[in-house]
Design a protein around this ligand. Structure first.
Ligand SMILES: *Cc1c(COP(=O)(O)O)cnc(C)c1O
Length: 345
């Protein structure tokens, strides 16, 4: 049997509800980058939309358009990657909002919108210290002026102001927020207040209510991935379980059908796993198989859970990530296409 990633739609719905309750009155923008953190984009956008989620965030325009196709006219989709002109046009034609973090990109968005004769919906990004992308505070007044001019000319709608923070220390995040709020004030002073004001991702949206804007861009927590070195989250649980079946039992060991070629990091030797008789231990990870300690009744076809919500004693993806100095997202997104995705209710 191929390894299996079993994904629970009801667990996803429960996480969405828990996040929405926690962050209210801020509105959830469900972030779905990296194929919804390896869980699959289309079903998760559809499930979230059916559950009432109205904002979706995707890194690139291509995925944003896929979400738009699923949503039809429901809700808003936001794509924040600086994109080629052809993608800008795609976004405008599919009613996708664009995150804009440089003056050069703003000008290209304006030019494409003018050519199409349809306004682009723009969320202007200020750099609040991460130096990834975003208009520097000293350039912000000029960028706002240019955006307002384009708005008057009918080429854009300035619908949002946003930034991204490190979520590494409260003090730094507080400083970022101060810069952010000044930038928002500047926008408000020059015209209609933008509806969408957003700064926080999962951790800050969950733990720092004072940083939340009208929207909170939350990905990981909705998929049940807690922060590495962060505490458990009440009401949130992993929605995906990685399962491999026993192929052979001998000498107190069980060989299972998953290996490093399937995306299971070979450095996870020693990690716990879930068996029909409770927690066992991973002893070896080869290219196409792994070996775990057998349990008394172990037999071919038994299912071993490498990560999941913990029902058979298996660790979470983040528990595994912490063993090898990474984040839960990486454990999930590195799984190969050979791992079969199965949606269950
Ligand atoms: C990934 C990302 C998010 C969501 O982060 P999570 O920690 O998964 O909630 C939000 N905003 C931006 C800009 C991102 O890149």
């Amino acid at each position: 049997m191929r390894p299996l990633l079993e994904i629970s739609r009801s667990a996803f719905r429960a996480n969405l509800a828990a996040v929405e309750a926690r962050i209210a009155p801020s509105t959830l923008m469900l972030v779905t980058k990296d194929d919804a953190y390896g869980h699959g984009l289309a079903w998760s956008a559809e499930t979230a939309a059916d559950a009432g989620v109205r904002w979706f965030g995707s890194y690139d325009v291509h995925s944003a358009v896929r979400i738009r196709d699923v949503l039809d006219s429901r809700g808003r989709v936001f794509a924040w990657a600086t994109s080629e002109d052809a993608e800008i046009a795609e976004a405008i034609l599919h009613d996708v909002d664009l995150g804009v973090g440089t003056l050069e990109y703003l000008r290209r968005v304006v030019a494409v919108a003018r050519r199409l004769g349809r306004p682009a919906r723009v969320h202007l990004k200020v750099d609040t210290g991460l130096h990834r992308n975003g208009v520097r505070p000293e350039d912000w007044p000029a960028a706002v002026r240019e955006a307002r001019d384009a708005e008057k000319a009918g080429t854009i709608l300035l619908v949002g102001v946003w930034s991204h923070i490190a979520e590494a220390s409260d003090a730094e995040d507080d400083e970022s927020q101060a810069v952010f709020l000044r930038a928002v004030d500047e926008v408000r002073a020059t015209g209609p207040a933008p509806d969408a004001v957003h700064l926080t991702a999962s951790a800050a949206a969950w733990w720092r209510p004072e940083l939340r804007g009208s929207l909170s861009r939350v990905g990981a927590f909705c998929y049940g991935i807690r922060s590495a070195d962060g505490p458990d989250l009440v009401g949130i649980r992993p929605i995906a379980t990685l399962i491999a079946s026993v192929e052979e039992v001998s000498d107190g060991r069980a060989r299972i059908g998953i290996g490093s070629l399937d995306g299971l990091a070979s450095t996870l030797v020693g990690a716990p796993a879930g068996s029909p008789a409770g927690t066992t231990t991973v002893r070896e990870i080869a290219l196409a198989h792994a070996v775990v300690d057998a349990w008394p009744s172990a037999s071919v076809g038994d299912r071993v859970r490498l990560f999941g919500p913990g029902e058979a004693g298996e660790p979470s993806a983040t528990d595994l990530a912490e063993r090898i100095g990474t984040v839960g997202e990486e454990i999930l997104t590195r799984l190969s296409p050979r791992v079969q995705r199965l949606l269950i209710d």
